[in-house]
Ligand binder design. Structure first.
Ligand code: PGA
Length: 251
């Protein structure tokens, strides 16, 4: 059975103190509920070690929002997968559309990042998604298929089975314009079919595919009710413990 997951993506928000406070609030709130899903927060690099020290890792998973595409060495300003792992974090978001769009990440660099994540026992939360133009010109299914094929289909079935996918239509990220639950379901079912064709039904059935893009407490339940939507990757609404918990408890 694939896991249900709600993961927060804090992006470039919160100072260290604010971030530790927010993580503590989420950790506390999780003591009072029995969530029907795994809960993860992905936070800025600078916050990882401090947050790891104040959360209960059985209740709340911790991840980075990126890692370098090299092991170590003369890459000023970069943070490696082994550095991320050394903080106690066990997840890493890779291929977020903001990284692809603003920092030129390609499937080639992402392949390296995925491989380094695995070497360091980090679980990748791998993002894919089309831009508005591709949605409107009807190529969105092909675009997402190609993103998966180009960056991930070099993996063995065993390694692919460790990946969490996040479908995030770029036009829905931070725009307040959510994909409808039917649009999300169409894409998620399609992605599962693409995986099944390459790796077989069992791997496809066991892959968690999260939806991301303006997911909020008010629309999460309808999205999560869809059979192929296994949870959410939450940006804006993860910056407030109450709204994040509203999404966690939507399952
Ligand atoms: P959003 O971001 O929830 O603010 O739209 C989602 C994401 O980019 O992961």
């Amino acid at each position: 059975m694939r896991k249900k997951i709600v993961a927060g993506n804090w992006k470039m928000n919160t100072t260290l103190n604010e971030g530790v406070g927010l993580a503590k609030d989420v950790n506390e709130a999780l003591k009072n509920v029995t969530p029907k899903c795994d809960v993860i927060i992905a936070v800025p690099f600078t916050h990882l070690a401090s947050i790891n020290a104040v959360i209960d890792s059985n209740r709340l998973g911790l991840g980075a929002e990126n890692c370098a595409d090299h092991k170590s060495g003369a890459y000023t300003g970069e943070v490696s997968a082994s550095m991320v792992a050394s903080t106690g974090a066990t997840y890493v978001i890779l291929g977020h559309s903001e990284r692809r769009q603003y920092y030129g990440e390609t499937s080639e660099t992402l392949k390296e990042k995925v491989s380094l994540a695995f070497e360091n026992n980090l679980t990748p939360i791998f993002c894919i998604g089309e831009v508005l133009e591709e949605r409107e010109n009807g190529t969105y299914l092909d675009v997402v298929k190609k993103q998966i094929e180009d960056a991930l289909f070099n993996l063995s079935a065993e390694d692919f089975g460790k990946i969490i996918l996040a479908y995030e239509p770029v036009w829905a990220i931070g725009t307040g314009k959510t994909a409808t639950d039917d649009q999300a379901e169409e894409m998620h079912a399609f992605i599962r079919g693409v995986i099944a064709k390459k790796y077989g039904d069992e791997v496809a059935e066991n892959t968690s595919i999260l939806y991301g893009g303006s997911c909020k407490p008010t629309n999460a339940a309808a999205l999560f009710a869809k059979p192929n939507v296994d949870g959410g990757l939450i940006g804006g609404a993860s910056l407030d413990a109450q709204s994040f918990m509203g999404i966690v408890t939507a399952f």
